[in-house]
Design a protein around this ligand. Structure first.
Ligand SMILES: [Zn+2]
Length: 1038
């Protein structure tokens, strides 16, 4: 290693104009609009009933009907009174359309049975009554040992959401007696108003906004008042105007309903998430989901299904909180159901689904509406013999460019409809022209820079050696363009503690060269040539370097580090190379060395549960704020792998990654032997995953509503352009919509998400996702079309965003009020008349309360000084960019009983509800929340099972440090390992396995995830929450 000492040349790079360098003004309005061009009012997009031969767009699906003489020769198929479906090409037909780039087989495989919308909604409503008030004290569902014998019930003070200081053993097992029987059929047991001892905190409707956190809810009773239930709890009763729907929802529910009077409130009688998941899997699992219908509600994220794009984006790319928007803003305000979509633009497409086609329109570039700049898509309406088209987003009539002209058939559709992805598919890509490139220059391929903290802690723990060893093989697996021989991504290396070391790894060198920059206040990159290289070409020099790094710093005693200058160096290097890219930073401590961005310990848990708690979540600004802007402008994504032994100010250190499309990984008290594999798995996935750089996203909508709020690992310089230094296959952006006018039932609500980005080989591309939703003036349509998993994703992100500016307590209050309000509105406007004492939940939202309650018990919102501030911030940051799959499993983990698993059957055993009372001393359970895998072992679980799984004679012999199962040659071991493997592959992060023995200390960690129970750090049980929400609803309705 030759070292060139302290280099002090001036920086190579110059300030670049920000990200706005797109001459065509990505998304900007053109100077002149062609609106109303023809002197006639623009034609509405959808006008006629199906069957009328008029130019296209007659179907409620928003999709043009298929041509009679399709090239595929399939007959037209009608789906009842609903829209026509696309005819499928015969598989053997000349079906390979001349799409720009034949990536794979065409999308059309077979004609799927589309589900008529009505069919999804037959179980529109289930009902639940928590009635029988005053008939006796409530028997708790929480007491696993409770027998049928009624016990006097004393509600613990502030049983519900108040997060009272609560030790795990600090509450008596509540109980209940003398509840009325479960009944099916018409509502029962609603005898008069209950003597509810709850504070009447809130007369009338609360002054809530349309779903945001704008107005603090004020101290309105719910969370912090002691003893809201008084001494009596309402009894509970199931009843249902639509008992059939209800019985289907709950295992054993029917039996209870039909059976003799029950003495206790059966936990099985309240809506079950595991049952909802199972039912959807049974009903829609394994099926083909075709996207030809407007406003079609997709299967749940937990259901496995295959998507066929027939004109709307796959739910893998876009998932909505409801698929039927209310027509007016008044209705939207009335129901307070958030109107949002969760967009995962780079979502992984399973191997059996068609990857996106790339359309190349040559130098002319993609075709866009002159007025609103929407891209050509299946929603555009061709008229005037094909010479013009009307934009369905803004109604502007545009000329069809000469080179794009095509005749229309007698149905008014272009005859090349099925040859063009942008006319027939919901998702596709365009190759972008130079107009879409910064400074009108094609971009260079991106670069990955590995920046390793070589301070004392990381050397001593063996982390530096581990990273260097791994990189030697990992760099062979950098992502590459489909069909390319090798990756175009360049790589570079930096090590640092208080100063930075850059390495010249040019292939011509016999040895790597180190250059040191000690002036961290004025960061620059001391070399241009040889810093970013092609791994294949420089393999020998790089391997030489990776061998040397651990030795070079083996004797270091430097424990201070810098952080902001490291990111600055990475940005400067990318600027100098004129490319976008990603920084992989491996860091272990609070950056306390004298340098810009120096941080100090500001962890003050006395702020928890005060008005100032938000300070704990707010990042330090100044240097970091500017650095974020620099990163975004350069397309520099930051991934942070942090290995803390103590407080590191996660709020600040994680801020740049989460505004640049990056990820934060945290390995507390890292030990190579225990955590090494866990970390390496994360690193490998992160390096290999599919990703786009220097991205800017616009979400366009048809008239009447617009995107107003955006949550994700994003940066916003204005109100419309979502900037992402990078966006990978796991990152999702949650977008909220608001009305600015009335919506039209016929036209529906159209959304187009356009993402301009640089591919891993340096191509500028536009990825377009289109989705059409229904609109209705009936709120019942909205509630029918709700998606609970998407709703809770929205609420999690908006709440986690709100705590930056509002006390956590206020945010919790707003969440509860809004939950009650949404359900009360359903009750008032959509449900059949029934007694006030009944709790009636919309079928599509029947498990929403359990998710909401779980959200309020997450480390971020629970407001407990026992929790580490860094841990709360880490949780917050990791949720802000997650998709619906991840937020679902996080807020309702899967609890899988293993002791009774059928080792012959391939299937994963059915999950049980997340509650302590589902555990048994003789059992073994696996809990998966997407971040950890807990293997819980009952005290009395059979020794032969322990032997089979762990190869030790008893629990006592089992090491708590074990993080993986030994590979043993027996059926139980193989089965469990295959389950773990299958689960791990579904998750974006590697999951650490934690062995939990019943009644051992780590059990506390595990029990936090039993989300139906009372929270260990505060927060209500599911049933208490439901009772509380019901009370709130009753108040709203009176
Ligand atoms: Zn337009």
């Amino acid at each position: 290693m030759s070292q060139q000492g302290y280099v002090a040349t001036p920086p190579y790079s110059q300030a670049q104009p920000g990200i706005g360098g797109y001459p065509t003004g990505f998304g900007a309005s053109p100077p002149q609009a062609h609106y109303g061009h023809y002197g006639a009012p623009p034609q509405p997009y959808t006008a006629q009933a199906a069957g009328v031969l008029k130019p296209a767009a007659s179907s409620p699906s928003g999709m043009p009907p298929p041509p009679v003489s399709s090239q595929y020769g399939s007959p037209i198929q009608q789906n009842g009174a609903h829209s026509q479906k696309f005819p499928p090409p015969a598989v053997s037909a000349p079906a390979m359309p001349p799409y720009g780039q034949p990536l794979q087989r065409p999308a059309y495989q077979s004609m799927a049975q589309a589900t008529p919308p009505t069919q999804q909604m037959t179980n529109q409503m289930s009902a639940m009554s928590i009635g029988g008030y005053g008939q006796g004290p409530l028997q708790s569902p929480q007491s696993p040992t409770s027998s049928a014998a009624p016990q006097p019930y004393q509600m613990p003070s502030a049983p519900a959401m108040g997060h009272p200081p609560m030790s795990p053993t600090g509450h008596q097992p509540p109980s209940m007696s003398a509840c009325p029987p479960m009944t099916a059929g018409p509502p029962m047991g609603a005898t008069g108003a209950p003597p509810m001892g709850m504070p009447n905190s809130q007369p009338g409707l609360p002054p809530m906004g349309g779903g945001g956190f704008q107005q603090p809810g004020g101290p309105q009773g719910f969370p912090q008042q002691p003893g809201p239930y008084g001494g009596q709890m309402p009894g509970s009763q199931m009843a249902g105007p639509q008992a059939g729907a209800f019985a289907g929802g709950f295992p054993g529910g029917a039996a209870h309903m039909a059976g003799p009077p029950q003495k206790k409130l059966d936990p099985d009688s309240i809506p079950s998430t595991t049952q909802v998941i199972e039912d959807d899997q049974a009903k829609r699992g394994g099926q083909l989901y075709t996207t030809n219908l407007r406003g079609q509600v997709p299967p749940l994220v937990t259901t496995s299904f295959t998507v066929q794009d027939q004109g709307n984006a796959s739910p893998r790319f876009m998932r909505c909180t409801t698929y039927s928007f209310p027509c007016s803003s008044d209705l939207a305000k009335q129901c307070q159901v958030p109107l949002a979509t969760i967009i995962k633009p780079f979502a992984t497409v399973p191997k059996n689904e068609t990857p996106l086609y790339v359309v190349n329109h040559g130098e002319a570039g993609p075709i866009r509406c002159n007025r609103c700049k929407a891209y050509m898509c299946p929603f555009m309406l061709f008229i005037d013999g094909g010479r013009r088209y009307q934009c369905s987003f803004c109604n502007c009539v545009n000329e069809v460019p000469v080179q794009y002209f095509q005749h229309l058939d007698h149905m008014g559709r272009r005859v090349d409809l099925y040859e063009r992805p942008e006319l027939s598919l919901g998702s596709y890509e365009f190759t972008a022209t130079l107009d879409y490139c910064k400074n009108n220059k094609p971009p260079n391929p991106p670069a990955y820079i590995f920046m390793i903290d070589v301070s004392y802690n990381n050397i001593k723990s063996g982390l530096v050696k581990l990273i260097c060893e791994e990189l030697k093989t990992l760099l062979d697996r950098l992502p590459k363009e489909e069909g390319a021989e090798s990756s175009s991504i360049k790589v570079g290396f930096v090590t640092y503690n208080k100063i930075l070391h850059f390495y010249n790894v040019k292939s011509a060198l016999a040895q790597p060269q180190m250059m040191v920059v000690s002036d961290v206040a004025e960061m620059f990159v001391p070399l241009l040539d040889g810093f970013l290289v092609n791994f294949q070409e420089s393999r020998a020099v790089i391997n030489n370097l990776l061998d040397q790094i651990p030795d070079m710093f083996a004797d270091t005693n430097e424990s201070e580090t810098v952080f902001a200058p490291v990111i600055q160096a990475g940005v400067e290097a990318l600027k100098a190379a004129e490319c976008s890219g990603k920084l992989f930073i491996f860091h272990s401590s609070l950056p306390t060395a004298e340098a810009p961005g120096k941080l100090k310990n500001r962890d003050d848990r006395k702020l928890v549960n005060t008005e100032k708690e938000k300070i704990l979540f707010q990042p330090q600004r100044g240097v970091y704020e500017q650095l974020t802007k620099d990163c975004v402008a350069q397309g520099c994504c930051v991934d942070l792998f942090v290995f803390p032994n103590q407080y590191v100010d996660m709020a600040t250190m994680g801020d740049i990654p989460t505004h640049t499309g990056g990820s934060v990984y945290k390995y507390s008290n890292f030990q190579v032997q225990i955590d090494g594999e866990h970390f390496l798995t994360d690193l490998r996935r992160d390096v290999e995953k599919s990703i786009g750089f220097d991205a800017i996203m616009r979400v366009r909508t048809s008239t009447g509503f617009r995107a107003t709020d955006f949550f994700g690992a994003i940066y916003m310089n204005n109100t419309t352009d979502v900037e992402m230094a990078a966006v990978d296959c796991d990152k999702a952006v949650t977008v909220e919509f608001k009305h600015d006018d009335a919506l039209n039932e016929e036209a529906g609500a159209l959304i187009q998400c356009a993402l301009l980005y640089t591919s891993i080989s340096g191509q500028r591309r536009l990825r377009v996702h289109n989705l059409s939703l229904n609109c209705s003036s009936q709120l019942s349509e909205l509630y029918k079309s709700c998606e609970t998993d998407a709703l809770i994703n929205f609420f999690a992100k908006s709440a986690y965003h709100a705590i930056l500016n509002q006390p956590v307590k206020t945010v919790r209050e707003i969440l509860v009020k809004q939950t009650a309000h949404m359900l009360a509105c359903y009750r008032k406007h959509c449900a059949s008349p029934s007694a006030a004492s009944q709790l009636i939940l919309p079928d599509a939202m029947k498990v929403f309360p359990v998710y909401m309650n779980s959200l309020m018990k997450t480390p971020v919102l629970v407001g407990s000084a026992e929790l580490s501030t860094d841990e709360r911030n880490f949780h917050r940051l990791s949720v802000m960019s997650t998709g619906v799959e991840e937020s679902q499993i996080l807020l309702y983990p899967r609890l899988i009983p293993l002791h009774s698993m059928d080792v012959v059957n391939e299937a994963v055993p059915a999950a049980v509800r997340c509650s302590e009372e589902r555990l048994s001393e003789t059992g073994v359970f696996l809990l998966d929340n997407g971040q950890n895998l807990f293997l819980w072992l009952g005290q009395a679980c059979p020794p032969d099972l322990i032997q089979s799984l762990f190869n030790v004679p008893s629990l006592a012999h089992l090491s708590p440090d074990m993080t993986s199962l030994p590979e043993l040659d027996n059926a139980q071991s193989k089965k469990l390992r295959s389950i773990i493997c299958a689960i791990s592959q579904q998750r974006p992060h590697s999951m650490k396995m934690v062995i939990v023995k019943q009644k051992d200390k780590p059990e506390m960690l595990f029990r936090q995830h039993l989300v139906e129970d009372k929270g260990l750090h505060g927060g209500a049980s599911y049933i208490d929450f439901l009772c509380y929400v019901h009370r709130e609803i009753r108040q709203l309705l009176t």
